[in-house]
Design a protein around this ligand. Structure first.
Ligand SMILES: O=c1ccn([C@H]2C[C@H](O)[C@@H](CO)O2)c(=O)[nH]1
Ligand SMILES: [Zn+2]
Length: 136
């Protein structure tokens, strides 16, 4: 599974976005180290704070299926085709980095420019469980 293939899955997942409020669709595709893929979209609700981003939807699907070894997450939004790559929001950054600072983030467009970075670059000096769990 290469970056383009993963982005294409994110682009497909974007079609399922439930976004009656923002009208901004986001799809994500998560690749595990074992080669499995979990996709997700953003899901909004009338109580806006209850919104779940596409990235966390894909992540929670993977984690809840017992997959915690994550290689990469590809992200596609309604801006992607305009060469305006979408990166994870702050909440998603904190949740994703929980499962690995080296997780690769791939964004852009499968038929255009593709960008790759890592979680530790997106969230330097991040707060982690190691900061407060003793006997680690
Ligand atoms: O990286 C991002 C940024 C935003 N959103 C969603 C949340 C909300 O539904 C809409 C507008 O913020 O886009 C995501 O899913 N992922
Ligand atoms: Zn988010």
């Amino acid at each position: 599974m290469n970056n383009i293939e993963l982005l294409k899955i994110a682009e497909e997942a974007r079609k399922n976005a439930y976004v009656p409020y923002s009208k901004f669709r986001v799809g994500a595709a998560l690749l595990t180290k074992s080669g499995k893929v979990y996709s997700g979209c953003n899901i909004e609700c009338a109580s806006i704070g209850g919104t779940n981003c596409g990235e966390r939807t894909a992540l929670f699907k993977a984690i809840s299926e017992g997959e915690k070894e994550i290689d990469a997450i590809a992200i596609s939004s309604d801006n992607s085709e305009k060469d305006e790559p979408t990166y994870p929001c702050g909440i998603c950054r904190q949740v994703i980095i929980e499962f690995g600072k080296d997780i690769r983030i791939i964004t852009g467009w499968s038929q255009g420019k593709i960008y790759e970075t890592t979680m530790k670059d997106l969230l330097p000096n991040y707060f982690s469980g190691c900061d407060f769990i003793e006997n680690k």
